[in-house]
Design a protein around this ligand. Sequence first.
Ligand SMILES: NC(=O)C[C@H](N)C(=O)O
Length: 371
Amino acid sequence: APLVAPAKSAVQLVERDRGSDFNVTYSSNYTEHLPRTLIIATGGTIAGSSADNTDTTTYTAGTVGIEQLIVAVPELLNVSNVDGIQFSNIASESISDGMALNLSKLVNEALCSNASKWDAAVITHGTDTLEETAFFIDATLQCDKPVVVVGAMRPSTAIGADGGNNLLSAVTTAVTPASRNRGTLIVLNDRICQALYCQKTQANTVDTFKSPEQGFIGTLLSTKPVYYSTPSQPTFKRVYDLSNVTSLPPVEILIGYQGADLALMDVAVSGGAKGIVIAGVGSGSVSETGKDHVAKAVEQGVPVVRSTKINVGAVPSPAYANTIAAGLLNPVKARRLLQILLALGKSNDEVKQAFEEQLQGFLTLDLKKHY
Ligand SMILES: NC(=O)C[C@H](N)C(=O)O
């Protein structure tokens, strides 16, 4: 039977014990010469199961516990000592803002405090929102130890389940010295990409995580990472310190389409949204009727960021109608950045400036005439 604590109590335990023993629920036998990796399990398909081994669509995510995940891949112990924390065990669409913030604090305290006993962290996560967590950790981690976020597209019970190989790849990548100073990494399907640029690109298949514009930075050969270039951080990356932040403000995303009038913006603002991201069409365009609602939100002091529902490519500055251009960030990543900036008490001008820094390179061009 799966060794699973109910998701809610696992989260509460992590909250209560953070800073002491981190509520480690699994530790491998210690091998002196090997590095130490903290594996933080959050749930998802990598921890999913089904009674039918051909089922890759209707299984239940988040049913297998951290110990089972680790014990299923004994090869992990050839490359690293591992400790495991069951942070939660849920499908990733249900990871709340509070959980995302707690996870960032947990990773920071585990890796970046003076007393840290870990060299790297691996987060196992559902793939549906994996890029949101990976981006959030990347934007808030206060030290340069590697963090690798990993998931699976097939549940643990499926023929050809990909979770075991992905977990081994993730831990091996995490403890490889050449993985440092590359930012938070996403590892699945023998590929390595940087969290800032990487995203899910296909709803069903194992070859789903890609950086369509920027490409993979490495691959895994016989489970060993091979990098294509020397370490560097993504050009547009900025890091924020959330150690004094206790909650993230609500930010909604609205999608663009032909003739969208965006009346739901009024509902979002009156419902308490502190910021809005529009997943606009093309490079973030908003319909004429929609612009009235945008203007109304902006007049009420609610920052409106325009990203693109294409998920790939840039929404360049300067933006029209007092909106803020998301640069290279897709809508869900733009939402997380907007939450970070608002949680830090940034003014709307500072928010705008922070987003514009995402595309410094573009600002050297005069794009005004296109808008
Ligand atoms: N492949 C997956 O992990 C999808 C799953 N529904 C999740 O995100 O939790």
